[in-house]
Design a protein around this ligand. Structure first.
Ligand code: UT7
Length: 335
């Protein structure tokens, strides 16, 4: 078969059962349901309640994606795991997942590119499939944030935003020139790395983590963000990369049926939609229920959009992300 494109064959997702409402956080820190909803659109997020790694959720999501694709774990010949919150420092989540799924001794690696990680993984799998290096690729985005957040008033700007979850897709080749991933677009700029980062544990330090990393006014052991700065870059980079993907295919915003953006802040997605003159009915938002699950947010949103019938055959769908790094990315596909 001549491979002209890569298609998504199946999608899965997994979120922990424990729902953490804004009011639950307000009991632990100086915040309020009103502030969180107004500034972010988040009503609740999911947090694990027992010891659970990104690959535990990733496994459940991957198994659903495999089932819906009609593909067995033995058929998978590439695993890519996007995460910034791996189960352990090393080896990779992708390696851990191959053991959990019982795949053959296939290539497996992690992508650590924060909110853009899933699209980076998708782009890598797409390139390998089109190059004939893989026929059944599993791309997973999985995150456990809740165990690494400062859920006191000191960490409230970040602590209220992140949630746990995982999503997965199975990809395969198609010779249908009109369907599948039309193009992917990846960008990074490390100039603003410190505007959203988690410094400790750091291999450049000896020891890598010190007691004071979890102490003091602004500890390096928790994620830190210059929220307004990140926001401004997000609302610039999102439309840029979405337009770039359309331009590359000779298409326009009016051709777009559905935008599935990373879920960092409802206001960001509304701002982007308004700037692009894209009707909000064409934008998938579920941050109200899950918060920001970084690399997992797009496959979770894609899963929901398929389940509720918002994604249908022949639709032009754009996935887009912006996040720490900074990194930003888009994938345009004809469903
Ligand atoms: O996924 C990766 C990409 N991430 C993003 O794109 C996130 C981008 N940034 C944002 O979404 C927003 O900047 C935030 C939601 C993080 C913050 O919203 P903001 O409207 O930019 O608020 P702010 O940081 O300017 O803070 C306004 C006030 C401050 O108080 P003062 O200085 O005005 O007295 C904060 O201390 O709100 C305070 N504040 C809070 N109050 C209640 C910050 N966090 C909270 C909180 N609850 N959780």
């Amino acid at each position: 078969m001549s491979v002209s494109r890569t298609r998504i064959l199946g999608v899965g997702r997994a979120v922990p059962e424990r729902v953490v409402a804004n009011d639950d956080l307000a009991q632990r820190m100086d915040t309020s349901d009103e502030w969180i909803q107004q500034r972010t659109g988040i009503r609740q997020r999911r947090h694990i309640s027992t010891s659970t790694g990104a690959t535990d959720l990733g496994k459940i999501a991957a198994e659903e994606a495999l089932r819906s694709a009609g593909v067995s774990a033995q058929d998978v010949d590439l695993v890519i795991f996007a995460t910034l919150s791996p189960d352990i420092d090393w080896p990779s989540c992708a390696c851990l997942l191959t053991q959990k799924l019982g795949t053959r001794n296939i290539p497996a690696f992690d992508v650590k590119n924060q909110c853009s990680g899933f699209i980076y993984g998708l782009a890598s799998a797409d390139a390998m499939i089109r190059a004939g290096r893989a026929r059944r690729a599993l791309v997973v985005g999985g995150e456990i944030h809740s165990t690494g957040l400062d859920l006191t008033t000191r960490g409230r700007e970040v602590g209220v935003i992140f949630g746990d979850g995982a999503g997965a897709v199975v990809l395969g080749p198609t010779d249908d020139p009109d369907r599948g991933i039309l193009s992917t677009h990846l960008h990074a700029d490390g100039n603003h790395a410190e505007k959203l980062w988690l410094e400790a544990a750091a291999s450049r330090n000896r020891p890598r983590i010190k007691p004071e990393d979890l102490d003091g006014d602004d500890p390096a052991g928790f994620p830190r963000m210059s929220g307004k700065f990140v926001f401004k870059h997000a609302v610039t980079r999102f439309p840029e990369v979405i337009k770039e993907s359309l331009d590359a295919n000779g298409l326009a915003i009016a051709d777009l049926d559905l935008l599935i953006p990373h879920q960092a802040n409802l206001r960001i997605n509304q701002f982007v939609a308004a700037g692009l003159e894209l009707d909000e009915s064409k934008v998938v938002n579920n941050i109200d229920r899950y918060g920001n699950t970084t690399a997992a947010s797009i496959p979770i949103a894609l899963h929901e959009a398929i389940a509720d019938g918002r994604v249908a055959a022949d639709m032009l769908v754009c996935l887009a992300a912006f996040g720490a790094g900074f990194t930003w990315a888009a994938a345009l596909m004809r469903w």
